[in-house]
Design a protein around this ligand. Structure first.
Ligand code: FAD
Length: 439
């Protein structure tokens, strides 16, 4: 009898196991793949070390992963400061406008549109403070009738893809307000709709003065390093190559799980696979199942290029408008990821719902060549990946289910359970939320 059985050994499952095992719980982790880490993998190929998609970790100063590292890790990963974000349109560069002041001079988009967007931002923050949640309002809904110019719309769409995985017609405005809630809830005594107005005001002031991505970083050695640190700090039984085929229930309460090999008994079960696929292994009420099935996956295409020349000189990453792409020169953070004298760069593209992979690869490469016409001659190494970055895109008309399920002692964890932040930061929030729930 285990205190907890964890289904899935991605970062969400492993962090959950770590916290429970540090609290003296007897924990079993079951992973269907042969490797631990889920999406968080780094591997060596032709002398280059590539991650499963380019990764920059956010909220490293006071965010959820930092909290977990301080409290539970015996061995900590090293993070290298991310640096600036740049926006590139054709051959022009712009520093990403992190605060309202720099946005007011952000010359990529016309002055008239900047004024319109500023006005929308301020009124939206005000409405948020008065309790509107904006979960089902799309970014497009706010801009639709404002006569916005094409470049502005392209920039907004790129940001939406980058932050939520979907375009402005589907991206929830709430995602862009999330950072206002970050750290703002716990400080004050008086709150309006759960938000402390004083802390909220200080957030708005921060929005006016924020310098940039100060608390973001790249994990030295690659994304897999974080998994290695968790595994080294962990005291749990781990079984790989075992897929949970059924969650066992008696009187609407979890009693264990069944894999292709055998049954295991547990007091609680934590599921960290796709929430939308939970109904495949356990019967849940119909309306709950309907909500889970709405959660939408988005696929991304990553192209890793090993370059003979250093094409990217600056510390930081680039957001491209055309093609829509996120470009991270990872060997600028950790030169050991590439052979000596070479540069390793990850280019991330969002794939449409239906796609032809070869056509998408061609489009991606052609787009890069439009920016750097001579790059082909300097390519030493090329590697493609198709992956799902978030188990659920943050789009309107769907609701993340949280950690609690209608079945007693069955919990969910992972990037498709909470609306907070994104990626590994979101996974870490979901673990902290889960621990609050099962405390
Ligand atoms: C291209 C790309 C770029 C990214 N960029 C960033 C970034 O810049 N910053 C950032 O913070 N994050 C980024 N991410 C996201 C981040 O990697 C993921 O959010 C995170 O790794 C998800 O972790 P998870 O544990 O929730 O899910 P997963 O890693 O998917 O883990 C789930 C695990 O459960 C297992 N499993 C499922 N069902 C079963 C079953 N029935 N039985 C047994 N095992 C099961 C799966 O095999 C898997 O190992 C990126 C991801 C990609 C793909």
């Amino acid at each position: 009898m285990y205190d907890a059985i964890i289904i899935g050994a991605g970062i969400s499952g492993l962090l959950s196991a770590l916290v429970l095992s540090k609290n003296e719980k007897k924990v079993l982790i079951l992973e269907k793949q042969e490797k631990l880490g889920g999406i968080c993998q780094s591997y060596k190929i032709n002398g280059y070390t590539v991650d499963n998609g380019p990764h920059i970790i956010t909220r490293l100063e006071n965010g959820p992963l930092r909290k977990l590292i301080i409290q539970y890790f015996d061995v900590s990963p090293d993070f290298i400061y991310h640096g600036e974000y740049y926006v590139r349109d054709k051959d022009k560069y712009y520093s990403f406008p992190w605060n309202l002041k720099s946005f007011s001079t952000f010359s990529l988009i016309p002055r008239k549109d900047r004024a319109v967007i500023l006005q929308i931002l301020i009124s939206t923050y005000g409405r948020r403070l008065m309790g509107e949640d904006f979960l089902n309002t799309s970014v497009y809904d706010l801009l639709e009738k404002r006569n916005i110019n094409k470049t502005t719309m392209r920039f907004v769409d790129t940001l939406c893809y980058f932050m939520t995985g979907v375009d402005s017609k589907k991206a929830s405005v709430a995602r862009f307000l999330d950072s206002l809630d970050y750290k703002s809830k716990s400080k004050g005594i008086i709150t309006i709709h759960g938000i402390d107005p004083q802390a909220y005001l200080s957030k708005i002031i921060k929005l006016l003065t924020k310098k940039g991505a100060e608390d973001q970083g790249y994990p030295k050695g690659g994304i897999r390093t974080i998994i290695n640190c968790i595994v080294q700090s962990l005291n749990a039984e781990i079984k790989t190559g075992e897929e949970v085929k059924e969650i066992l229930i008696e009187n609407n309460t979890v009693i264990g799980v069944k894999t292709q090999k055998r049954e295991y008994k547990g007091k609680i079960v934590i599921y960290s696979g796709y929430a939308s696929e939970l109904p495949n292994i356990v019967e849940v009420p119909e309306d709950y199942e309907r909500e889970l099935r709405k959660l939408e996956k988005v696929y991304t295409l990553t192209l890793w290029l090993g370059l003979n020349k250093k094409y990217f000189q600056r510390r930081g990453s680039e957001i491209w408008i055309d093609p829509k792409c996120w470009v991270v020169p990872v060997s600028n953070y950790d030169p050991d990821l590439a052979p000596e004298g070479k540069q390793l760069v990850g280019f991330g593209f969002v794939l449409p719902k239906e796609y032809n992979l070869e056509e998408e690869k061609k489009k991606a490469l052609d787009g890069i060549k439009r920016i750097f016409p001579e790059i082909e001659e300097d390519i030493d190494f090329m590697h493609w990946q198709v992956l799902v970055p978030e188990k659920a895109a943050w789009s309107i008309n769907q609701k993340m289910p949280g950690n609690v399920t209608p079945i007693k002692n069955l919990y969910l964890v992972g990037t498709d359970t909470t609306e907070k932040s994104m990626g590994i930061t979101r996974a870490s929030y979901s673990v902290l939320d889960l621990m609050e729930v099962i405390k």
